[in-house]
Design a protein around this ligand. Structure first.
Ligand SMILES: [Zn+2]
Ligand SMILES: [Zn+2]
Length: 348
């Protein structure tokens, strides 16, 4: 029997899970964003404007799903324990580039959700939110601050209110291990943020994903553009995406596939099929032309196919891997990643 993890019989829709529009500091309207991404073969975009949640469902139609979402920041404005503490200069100006932060994308399972959980009015005083009248913004009044407890509280409240929570661009945020390790309830780590990769050259962080997995955190991995489209160009678009498997392109199916991990992320290659054959206890991969197909697990059982035009690989399950994830790398250095699959979920 074949247990499909990436089933070629499904439709695999391209998704950008991170962007900014004129609702915050982006330069395209939500409608222009939809048009731009549709022209480039995408059928799913999460509208993750800073701090505020907008009902994006008016953009959804039979060919496109607009995910209602927000990018929350939790910045270290007060904690002098961190060496990056330079919150204000002598003139009272905030030096945000010196401030350690955590950015979380919250993706709503309810397309119409506009109630801001884990938010106080004080949290909404930055320049992203100033153009909106505070009395039009519904909040639960919880004041989020940069402590482990408060960050965990934000994640807990988000999960309870029906959001999937992604941990964004850890390098740009100046994060170190203690910031993310042990957080519970994260849905995914953004292993490539294209916008901050263009800025830092160091935002591809599959090693942080492995660190989290080996430390016992269970979460998926994803990629996103975090595009702002300055001067209305697309220079920070189309550099990190996800393929989401659904039978019908509806909001509920897309969110369900994301929630259960029926997706993989890429900045180039495609993973066309992935299954476990229970007869021979092997994992089979089919992909677009690659130079490496790599198996990574909890233990040191790394296995790496390398060649010029690889399109298939298989990996025997020996039983001590605990979990595995697959990396496909093409000749241009572009990569596709599956998230970790736990073998005990499949009877091993
Ligand atoms: Zn961010
Ligand atoms: Zn962003």
């Amino acid at each position: 029997m074949r247990i499909y993890l990436i089933n070629p019989k499904q439709k695999w829709h391209k998704a950008n899970l991170h962007c900014h529009t004129t609702n915050s500091d982006g330069n395209l309207t939500p409608l222009e964003m939809k048009k731009l991404y549709q022209e480039h073969g995408y059928s799913i975009v999460a509208f993750t404007d800073h701090e505020l949640l907008f009902d994006s469902s008016y953009l959804t139609d039979e060919n496109f799903v607009a995910i209602t979402a927000s990018e929350y920041s939790i910045s270290d404005l007060k904690n002098p324990a961190y060496r990056t503490y330079v919150a204000r200069d002598e003139n009272g100006n905030v030096h945000w580039r010196d401030i350690k932060t955590i950015h979380l994308n919250l993706f709503s399972k309810d397309p119409h959700s506009t109630f801001h959980i884990a938010t106080s009015y004080e949290n909404l005083t930055d320049y992203h939110t100033k153009k909106y009248s505070p009395n039009k913004i519904e909040v639960d009044g919880y004041h989020r601050v940069f402590t482990k407890e408060s960050i965990q509280e934000v994640i807990d409240r988000a999960n309870k209110a029906g959001f999937l929570v992604q941990f964004n661009h850890p390098n740009w945020s100046l994060n170190t291990r203690e910031d993310y390790i042990d957080l519970k309830g994260l849905w995914s780590l953004e292993i490539l943020n294209y916008g901050t990769e263009l800025e830092t050259g160091a935002e591809y962080c599959i090693n942080i994903y492995d660190d989290m997995l080996r430390s016992g955190q269970k979460l998926f991995c994803s990629m996103g553009d975090d595009n702002h489209n300055r001067d209305k160009t697309a220079v920070d678009s189309f550099g990190g995406f996800n393929y989401v498997g659904v039978d019908n392109l509806t909001y509920d199916e897309v969110m369900h596939s994301l929630e259960v991990g029926n997706f993989y992320c890429s900045n180039g290659p495609k993973i066309k099929s992935l299954y476990i054959d229970t007869k021979d206890g092997k994992i089979y991969v089919k992909c677009s032309k690659a130079v490496n197909i790599i198996f990574v697990s909890y233990n040191r059982g790394f296995r790496n196919y390398s060649g010029e035009n690889l399109t298939t690989a298989d990996f025997k399950i020996f039983g001590k891997e605990e979990y595995f994830r697959i990396t496909v790398k093409d000749k241009y250095g572009k990569v596709a990643h599956t998230h970790a699959y736990y073998l005990k979920d499949y009877g091993y």
